[in-house]
Every structure is written in C-alpha cells, then in structure tokens.
Design a binder for this molecule. Structure first.
Ligand code: CMP
Length: 135
C-alpha cells in the first residue's frame, strides 16, 4: 500500500555535491518525489524534528551540523516507502552500513550520514506535518 515518508538530504550531502546522486537512487527505485525544497533548518525546527534526541549527548553537535547549511526536504511516496527508504539508506553509522546502501557507499561518519528518513508511520505523520504542513 502506498505511503509517504519525509526524507532529509542533509547538509553534508548538499556540500559534497551528492544531492543528485541520492535523489537519483530514489527515482531509479521507482519512488515518487511529491515535494522537494531546499531549506536551512533553524534551531527551533531542529529541536522539534529531533524531539526524541534533544537530551542525548550527541544532540548539540548534531544540531550544529543539521543547521550548518541548506538541506533538501523531500516527500517520497510509494509502496511501503517508509521501510524501503530505510533499507536503501542503511545503518546510522556510515562506517558500519552495508555496501550498496547510501550510507554504506558514501558516508564514513555516525553523525554526517547524508540522509534522514522517517522510521515508522507515526514518525512519518509527525515529520510530514512539521516540514510540509500544507501537503
Ligand atoms: P538520523 O536518522 O537523522 O537520526 C538521528 C541522527 O543523530 C542520526 O541520523 C545521526 O545523524 C545522529 N546520530 C545518531 N546517533 C549518533 C551518535 N551515537 N553519535 C553521533 N551522531 C549520532
């Protein structure tokens, strides 16, 4: 059944010129880009987006990184897109992510890991409302 997921192509990917490569992987998979916007996260949006992480030790540097420059906020749709995209992205730590995944092929960091994607239907609903309230 068709779902939507909120994907962020993070500032490291934009800086490294990997936006096209990453979007291309999603397109070649057959997923549909329903919305796409270059945005720079501000502190308030970071705290809301990462509400479950704000008290963690890794949050201050994560927030600094995520607000450090433009990112691409993307709405993807497709059959089981939430799980499909997470499989395509790979494990959080780019050093451990499987080859063939976006992080496994292109990232070497636990923080600067190129892509964020909703991890469940509930988080997709929450994140889509946060980033694309008019969709
Ligand atoms: P993301 O999928 O956006 O969800 C939370 C983010 O926090 C994660 O990707 C990483 O960018 C970052 N992150 C998660 N765990 C760690 C960690 N142990 N150290 C540094 N950054 C982390």
């Amino acid at each position: 059944n068709t779902e939507r997921s909120l994907v962020l192509v993070k500032p490291d990917a934009v800086r490294r010129g990997l936006l096209g490569e990453i979007l291309s992987r999603f397109e070649r998979k057959g997923l549909v880009i329903e919305a796409l916007e270059l945005r720079t996260m501000d502190a308030e949006l970071a705290d809301r987006h990462y509400a479950e992480h704000v008290d963690k030790a890794f949050y201050p540097p994560l927030k600094a990184f995520m607000t450090s420059g433009p990112l691409a906020a993307v709405v993807l749709s497709g059959d089981q897109v939430i799980d499909v995209v997470r499989a395509m992205i790979g494990a959080t730590d780019g050093r451990k992510a499987a080859a063939g995944t976006i992080r496994g092929d292109l990232a070497l960091s636990n923080r600067e890991n190129l892509v964020h994607a909703s991890d469940s239907p509930d988080s997709a609903k929450r994140e889509l409302a946060l980033w694309f309230p008019n969709l």
